[in-house]
Design a protein around this ligand. Structure first.
Ligand code: ADP
Ligand code: ADP
Length: 238
């Protein structure tokens, strides 16, 4: 059961009329419960792939399918449904939480976006998710700036899980955190992935992190996949 599939994917940025090809023909797939790591140096095209999966960048050529639905071919209604099945975590938790909303509302923002649940059921859901990311329920009425960076990233993880996603996109989720909390957040992501068994696309410039979390890896360089396969084979070749 493939959750995510890219075939000969080409992605471009339009720069005042001229096209810049940031991803030049990349193919990969991610089955249910699998973690695919995308590694490569800054500027190699990793985030561009993630942006296309979450619908922030159109597909220029090739196919990009989420649960069998090819993104470029979807109606707006189908696209909304697909987006609902994708949870997203970005690099900087300070930038991605609205400072004016208490933590409970930050976590359940996707329910509001997708018009799901009552106020009471959203608070209930926020409590469950705070438990899942091991934050005390008392932070529900606190504001993002009152939490540490690591705590804020756990709030972002909780928010990404609100809709029970089939696919989690994590783009450098620990790069903006203090080294001391990186491992805690990574282990938490690993545990949650195993418990809930969602597919995951994990973007990182850090080989050690991908080695720890991913089953499969795509190594990118200048918009191309220069190596890919099982982590064991690609990262531990003799
Ligand atoms: P990272 O490597 O951590 O993804 P970048 O410095 O490449 O960060 O990009 C930071 C922001 O600037 C991103 O939102 C990216 O989309 C945008 N960006 C990067 N390169 C360009 C560019 N050549 N032209 C316009 N925007 C860019
Ligand atoms: P990575 O995530 O591997 O650091 P990106 O996917 O952010 O790389 O960027 C890939 C290439 O696309 C880089 O050359 C970058 O400068 C360029 N790029 C990224 N975002 C934009 C943008 N918004 N507009 C134009 N070029 C961009």
């Amino acid at each position: 059961e493939l959750v995510l599939e890219a075939k000969d994917l080409v992605l471009e940025y339009d720069m005042r009329g001229t096209k810049f090809r940031a991803v030049q023909g990349v193919s990969f797939d991610v089955a249910k419960g699998e973690v695919l790591g995308i590694v490569g140096e800054s500027g190699s095209g990793k985030s561009t792939v993630a942006k296309a999966v979450i619908g922030l960048l159109p597909v220029a050529e090739g196919t990009l399918s989420v649960q069998g639905h090819n993104l470029p071919k979807l109606s707006p209604r189908e696209a909304r449904k697909v987006r609902k099945s994708i949870g997203v975590i970005f690099q900087d938790p300070a930038a991605s939480l609205n400072p004016r909303f208490p933590i409970g509302e930050c976590i359940t923002e996707p329910m509001v976006v997708h018009k799901e649940g009552t106020k009471a059921s959203r608070i209930q859901r926020a409590m469950e998710l705070l438990d899942a990311v091991k934050l005390p329920r008392s932070v529900v009425n606190r504001y993002p700036h009152e939490l540490s960076g690591g705590q804020r990233q756990r709030v972002c993880i909780a928010r990404a899980l609100t809709m029970n996603p089939e696919l989690l996109i994590a783009d450098e989720p620990t790069s903006a955190l203090d080294v001391s909390v990186q491992a805690v957040v990574l282990e938490m992501l690993q545990d949650l992935q195993r418990d809930f068994n969602f597919a995951c696309l994990f973007v990182s410039h850090d080989l050690a992190v991908v080695d720890m979390l991913a089953d499969y890896v795509v190594v990118m360089q200048s918009g191309r996949a220069v190596e890919q396969g099982k982590v064991k084979t690609v990262l531990h070749a003799p």
